[in-house]
Design a protein around this ligand. Structure first.
Ligand SMILES: [Mg+2]
Length: 259
């Protein structure tokens, strides 16, 4: 395995909730010492790259905004690139809206005006939001989700409904599937990750705890993949998984031995 860049998932790989995973901070420093590019990716669409830089700094990991790629940033960049002239209606968090604003995307408030509908995690999802989502899909040409995650683990260790749950609720009532779901494992995320790392896929290793996100992302891109067991996937889950990870290791610090 000849690798010059590493895509590193955050939750379940670098930290769990508010606790860094043993050895992870040191492992990141050692990857960099070996001259490898590191890009942190996450399907959490509610926090900006800047917020992740601060969060990583709190764990003792230095990173620039260029080295962090959250699903909200991917969504904002995608909309700015492909739908600059279109009216976007968004069901999502204030954190996502800020990221859209930063890319010059100002969502409309009337769902009937939507050319594009975007659905994402928000604590404010209720009957009114579902109705607006239905009406936005009656009007919109395009329908996107920020990321596919049905649930996410919070710091209390319990699972909570994520963007995928809200996207499916809106898709369900409108009986219309999203045209794209961004974040991992989408091809949009793959493209942006390769751009940021300046690496070809075959020289890139993806490390993460999610089979359907991280490993699927790497497999789709033709990257090497390493599943860590420090997060939401057990060795039993990994056995016979499709796509199968190239490597299964206990945690990020074991990745050094693979290189
Ligand atoms: Mg993860």
């Amino acid at each position: 395995m000849n690798v010059s860049g590493v895509v590193v998932d955050l939750d379940g790989t670098v930290y769990r909730g508010d606790e860094p995973i043993a050895g992870a901070v040191d492992a990141i420093a050692r990857l960099r010492d070996r001259g490898l590019g590191v890009l942190f990716v996450t399907n959490n669409p509610t926090r900006s790259s800047e917020a992740y830089v601060e969060r990583l700094a709190a764990f003792g990991v230095d990173a620039t905004t260029e080295e962090v790629l959250p699903a909200g940033e991917v969504t904002a960049q995608f909309l700015a690139d492909r739908h600059a002239e279109d009216d976007v209606f968004c069901i999502g968090s204030s954190g996502l809206r800020e990221q859209l604003h930063d890319h010059g995307v100002v969502p409309v408030t009337d769902p009937d005006d939507a050319d594009v509908a975007v659905t994402s995690h928000t604590y404010g999802f209720d009957y009114e939001a579902l109705t607006e989502g239905l009406w936005a899909l009656d009007a919109a040409d395009r329908f996107y989700g920020t990321d596919p995650d049905l649930t996410y683990p919070d710091s209390d260790g319990r699972r909570y409904p994520g963007s995928g749950a809200i996207t499916r609720a809106v898709a369900g009532v409108a009986q219309r599937e999203p045209d794209r779901v961004l974040g991992k494992p989408s091809d949009v995320m793959v493209e942006l990750a390769c751009e940021r790392l300046h690496c070809r896929p075959e020289e890139t290793l993806v490390v993460g705890d999610g089979l359907d996100t991280d490993i699927a992302f790497g497999a789709r891109a033709g990257m090497w993949t390493a599943l860590v067991l420090s997060g939401r996937t057990s060795r039993a889950d990994a056995d016979g998984a499709s796509p199968e990870p190239d490597h299964v290791v206990e945690s990020l610090s074991d990745v050094l031995d693979l290189l």
